[in-house]
Design a binder for this molecule. Structure first.
Ligand SMILES: Cc1cc2nc3c(=O)[nH]c(=O)nc-3n(C[C@H](O)[C@H](O)[C@H](O)COP(=O)(O)OP(=O)(O)OC[C@H]3O[C@@H](n4cnc5c(N)ncnc54)[C@H](O)[C@@H]3O)c2cc1C
Length: 395
């Protein structure tokens, strides 16, 4: 670990989601003091599942957190796509056999957001270089030659060496730094629910990640928390717009979109009494993530649709890269931030763009869906791995 610069102000971090906490811990791991401001009254993640490709474990391994995140995760044997109309298994991609691990060297896992967030939070709490503060909203900032002042709700001003905006999709730091308005509303909505294993009919329980692709819909389910929970996400096209990750959902709207699909799909939807929803948004890729001593990370920098299941992974890769660049250039943070952005923006842009393509692919209708199924049916596992090697093999 690098030497701590004793007399320095800490680096300030706005936002304590997966990206903000990963950045805090990665910087502390390199001996750099940080102060995290989270607007919520406590550090927590909403109750939903998240898929973790091998690339996030490669990043976590660099800061010693791989095993902590794997501890409560579930390791699916395979990922399957099924047709939501015919029930056909279109493709099955092994995730836990030698071919996968020989190729990517790290596992594929699924976990509860609270579990990955909790593992990183615990690591931060164990570091004397990380100060965690809740009910603290960063409203704006002022930059000076030798630092940044964060302006908090309530009027407090806090000085730091630099400011990392990890404040998510609706980032205030981005608003000031880039000023490119609100995120793009994709016209897709995700409904989600988490059940206990015993609430899932035995014949529907599967240890794998299963995606039911339907016309302008898909349903994905997988176990969480060592197999004790069951995560369901149903996505369909809708023009509704509500800001935030945790809005009340209207089940009638969901049923309209899934009617006519396989009984397995409908029986799964029937199990859910209360849905929460996300309106899915993203942005065009940009590379202006930093100016002087202020820099963006995670969804604040490159919000993406969830179709590649990579938002948290990209935020974690960002965090590790940022900390490495700061450690390499501790006395010139603007240069370190420049190097970080250069190291990250094309990779994250590719994920932003490809996530849209995958969304169209999953939601294809008519001949486009037939063509998709024909192409996928013929694929060997090795060909599937080739298709994601740029992602899972990196950064
Ligand atoms: C349906 C769906 C499924 C997904 N599935 C996956 C998946 O399988 N795998 C994957 O890797 N990713 C997935 N993602 C993406 C992933 O959830 C996000 O990309 C990731 O959580 C972004 O982390 P973040 O820390 O950048 O932002 P956020 O998680 O949004 O965290 C931002 C934090 O900042 C706080 N905050 C906001 N404004 C301020 C402020 N002004 N001052 C202080 N604090 C503030 C917020 O309260 C929050 O705690 C999915 C997303 C969706 C919508």
């Amino acid at each position: 670990m690098a030497q701590r610069h004793e007399n320095d102000h800490p680096i300030l971090i706005a936002g304590g989601g997966i990206g903000g906490l990963a950045a805090a811990y990665a910087l502390a791991y390199h001996g750099i003091p940080v102060r995290v401001f989270e607007q919520a009254p406590e550090f927590h993640e909403i109750g939903a599942g998240i898929q973790l490709g091998p690339n996030i474990f490669r990043a976590l391994d660099k800061i010693g957190l791989k095993d902590a995140v794997l501890a409560d995760a579930h390791r699916p044997y395979a990922m399957e796509m099924r047709c939501a109309l015919s029930g056909e298994r279109v493709i099955q991609i092994p995730l836990a056999d030698r071919r996968f691990t020989d190729r990517f060297h790290y596992p594929y896992a699924v976990t509860h957001r609270a579990d990955i967030h909790g593992a990183i939070l615990k690591a931060c709490q164990g570091s004397n270089l990380v100060t965690l503060e809740t009910s603290r909203t960063v409203e704006a900032y002022e930059e000076h030659d030798d630092g940044v002042t964060a302006l908090l709700a309530g009027g407090e001003r806090v000085k730091g060496r630099a400011l990392v905006g990890c404040d998510g999709m609706w980032s205030k730091i981005r608003e000031r730094l880039v000023g490119d308005g609100k995120p793009r509303v994709s016209g897709h909505i995700a409904y989600r629910a988490v059940l206990k294993k015993q609430e899932v009919p035995a014949d529907l329980w599967q240890p794998d990640v299963i995606l039911w692709a339907g016309p302008r819909t898909h349903l994905v389910h997988y176990p969480l928390r060592r197999g004790e929970l069951w995560n369901i996400v149903a996505v369909f096209h809708s023009d509704r717009y509500v800001e935030g990750w945790n809005a009340e959902a209207d089940a009638a709207e969901l049923w309209d979109h899934f009617k006519g699909q396989r009984p397995e799909v409908l029986r799964m939807l029937e199990r859910i009494e209360t849905w929460r929803m996300w309106v899915l948004c993203d942005r065009e890729p940009i590379k202006e993530w930093h100016k002087g001593r202020v820099v963006l990370l995670g969804d604040a920098a490159h919000p993406m649709l969830q179709y590649l299941a990579q938002g948290a992974a990209m935020a974690t890769e960002d965090a590790v890269c940022l900390a490495e660049k700061v450690a390499a250039s501790p006395d010139d943070l603007p240069a370190a931030f420049e190097a970080y952005v250069l190291g990250r923006y094309l990779r994250t842009a590719r994920v932003q763009i490809m996530a849209r393509v995958y969304g169209d692919f999953y939601h294809a209708r008519g001949p486009a869906a037939e063509l998709r199924n024909q192409m996928l049916r013929e694929r060997t596992p090795e060909q599937s791995y080739d298709g994601v090697a740029w992602l899972y093999g990196g950064p």
